[in-house]
Design a protein. Sequence first.
Length: 391
Amino acid sequence: MRVLDTLTGRHLPLPLSDGPGGKELKLYVCGVTPYDSGHLGHAFTFCVFDVLVRWVESKGIPVRYVQNVTDVDDPLFARARRDGSSWQDLAKREEAAFVQDMTVLGWRAPDVMPRVSDEIQGIRAAAEGLSERGFAYSAADGSLYFEAARYPGFGQLSRRSRRSMLRKLREEELLGRVGPGAKRDWLDFPLWRPSGAGEPSWPSRFGPGRPGWHIECSAMSMRYLGEQVDIHGGGRDLIFSHHESERAQSESLTGCVPFARAWLHTGMVRHDGRKMSKSLGNLVVVKDTLRVASPAAVRLYLLSHRYRRDWEFRWPALARFERLVQRIRGMRGSGRSGSSLAEFRAALDADLDAPRAIRALRRAVASGDRRGVEDMLGILAGTAALKPAAG
């Protein structure tokens, strides 16, 4: 099997680590910030990595899969303030809704889903380590900043110039402030920061506060997977600034290079010509799709798009996959195995080419290859039901 690495732009053999029982895959995928987590953009990313996990495990290779929950972050706090609720209650409610959606969509749950709020000790220790190694500095505003200039490869993962990185930070409202009492350079980012009113706060040698966004994933990944992971994944929108910063601080902290042996990123899902966004009012949530299609149809529709490309959600296309699932439900036959399974395997080995794998599934349905269909659905649909939720 080969996968496309974002950093090098090359297809690499599936990276594997030496585990206690032989080769294994150590996989870390950036999870949700649980304040608005039920839309199809998230479902697409996590269904893609679910197929990766199931396919690798079907080869007899154990997978250690970690997916975090970012329950300490600015958007969550802002939503809690807007709604007049506690950030803890909002995070708990939205995390449960996300897990329920993904369970209906048939995922193989991650082995560990650490919450930032439960991992403060390790995150704080990582920030302290970067300070002790000279990669971070304290500012009068009470923050500890990572000094991006100390990491020569900053910008390589995203292939962005300094000007492009600054533009992206400005768009994401993450640029911050440079000057006396603040950070030294626009690209520097907080490892630890003072908490605002109504936000959680923990003690540290830098003063009371809370972690910055990027250091959270580095610390959690290292705790559960060690200093190096085989694959680090997430949505394409995380390449910069999140994964760029995570790579820089992780390799600076441990000296282990590379932090991730391969980076895999999924494309963005659009609706009405624009990326799905609550602010734009164009979200399609999982529960909406389940009113008109079975969980298996929703999942197959998501996977009918090449994982690393952006694509447009369309209701008629979802309906076509519901018709495919209806044909599968009505299949009869001897269960004979045909040649479509070989094509299916070759497709997934070729950088997880799920659209090509679905074409093999369609041929197996057309030829009455019930056993082959069952094998393919076990990977593509997981445990998602073939019948609609209502019935």
